[in-house]
Design a binder for this molecule. Structure first.
Ligand code: HEM
Length: 404
């Protein structure tokens, strides 16, 4: 991949892969919200970036002008064989009316009751991971902890072997971090993921089990069964949507606690705070920026958007908008009113939010129960993912006090 020119003007040359933005996007959004508020760039074709909650909200709710077929910004056209009605990963890449039936079909698999069944397994998993490093008095939270919980859950959920976890994380890295700027390098990995999931579908066709593939094989939309491409697309989405996102949220929350001992000790001593604290971590460190394709000319905060333009939808910036939240940069563990956009807004609002919240809560609860005091080993060694999902990918911490 060729080196990227550094950004010198965020208003006119926005780049979500710029190292400055990857390391710390918050000052960029603050500046744009105040001065702009919709940035532009030609780096991925004509691309717009609203930064205030008002415009982000407006776009998320307007499916007439903004299509989800452009849910990820990529600087090359998608291979035609991956394009189908509803996009390559329904329902996140689908628009109404197709979106409505597809989402409806998936909803029961993510009901609060079904998701609550994961609680005991999640706790066991968290503790087994902690057992592996607790005596070392140090660990890399991103690599040894936060990453493994979501990938194991998703592998089990879709009916794959948890032994293939490393393969899943590699595929997701290529899909989310490499594909947008270097599709040629990423494509063989995407095709590898697609082939793996295809084999899984074929295996369940012969021998059904209690998993999501079998669920999709038995499902129908208005009486019509799903075709193979739809099943494959939904599986690809669940793998991509369910892993990096939650990995990022767990990591960012623990990163915050490692640097804020008062918040850490409050959470250890007042476990009832966990519910509001989880929402506050989701608000302050929301990991997901989505994207849309403009399908009809439209004005956004006075900017003339043309059909065919791209648009980034940084929900994390909406969550730091001072017009929407008092003290937006402050993490307030018991924030009372917290209508954040970490899970999006409108018809595409996250289907996995019950699962994400459960994973996040249990991962933090078990971590601080066993390791009630910890801090960063060295802030310079923390690294962050690039692109549309943001979270720590290396997070070394040290600790003394443990509850074995
Ligand atoms: C902290 C973790 C997570 C965050 C922050 C998150 C965030 C989001 C956001 C912002 C959207 C909206 C997309 C849009 O507007 O285009 C979304 C959609 C979606 N998410 Fe999540 N997500 C998380 C975890 C999960 C998990 C664990 C799953 C399931 C395994 C999941 C499945 C989905 C699906 C299927 C959609 C598409 C819904 C639709 O298009 O109707 N997500 N997510």
């Amino acid at each position: 991949m060729s080196a990227r020119e550094p950004v010198t003007d965020w208003e006119t040359d926005f780049d979500h892969f710029d190292p400055t933005y990857v390391a710390n996007p918050y000052p960029v959004w603050d500046e744009l919200r105040e001065k702009c508020p919709v940035a532009h760039s030609e780096r991925f074709g004509s691309m717009w970036v609203p930064t205030r909650q008002a415009e982000i909200h407006q776009v998320a709710y307007d499916t007439d002008h903004f299509s989800s077929r452009g849910a990820v910004v990529i600087n090359a056209p998608f291979p035609p064989e991956m394009i189908q009605e509803g996009g390559f990963a329904p329902p996140i890449t689908s628009d109404p009316p197709f979106h409505t039936g597809f989402r409806q079909m998936l909803l029961p698999a993510f009901s609060p009751k079904r998701i609550a069944e994961w609680d005991p397994l999640l706790r066991t998993m968290a503790n087994e991971l902690i057992d592996d490093f607790i005596d070392d008095k140090q660990c890399d939270v991103a690599k040894q902890y936060s990453k493994h919980i979501p990938v194991t859950v998703i592998a089990l959920m879709v009916g794959a072997s948890p032994d293939d976890r490393a393969q899943f994380t590699e595929w997701i890295h290529y899909t989310l971090e490499v594909m947008p700027t270097d599709p040629e390098t990423a494509m063989p990995h995407l095709l590898g993921m697609s082939q793996y999931l295809f084999n899984l579908v074929e295996a369940r066709r012969k021998e059904p089990e209690d998993d999501l593939v079998t669920y999709l094989l038995n499902a129908d939309i208005d009486g019509e069964p799903l075709d193979s491409m739809q099943i494959l697309g939904a599986m690809m989405l669940l793998v991509v949507a369910g892993i990096d996102t939650t990995w990022s949220s767990i990591g960012a929350s623990i990163w915050h606690l490692a640097q804020n001992p008062d918040d850490l000790s409050r959470l250890v001593n007042e476990p009832d705070l966990m519910v509001t604290a989880v929402e506050e971590f989701l608000r302050a460190y929301a990991p997901v920026t989505m994207a849309r394709e403009v399908v009809k000319d439209v004005e956004l905060a006075g900017c003339p958007l043309k059909a065919g333009d791209r648009l980034l939808l940084p929900f994390p910036s909406a969550n730091r908008d001072p017009e929407a939240f008092p003290d937006p940069d402050k993490v307030v563990l018991d924030r009372k009113v917290n209508r954040h956009h970490a899970f999006g807004a409108g018809i595409h609002r996250c289907l996995g939010s019950n699962l994400a919240r459960l994973e996040l809560r249990i991962a933090i609860e078990e971590f601080i129960r066993r390791i009630p005091e910890f801090h960063l080993a060295d802030p310079k060694t923390v690294t962050w993912s690039s692109g549309q999902v943001r979270g720590p990918r290396s997070l070394p911490i040290v600790f003394d006090k443990i509850n074995a």
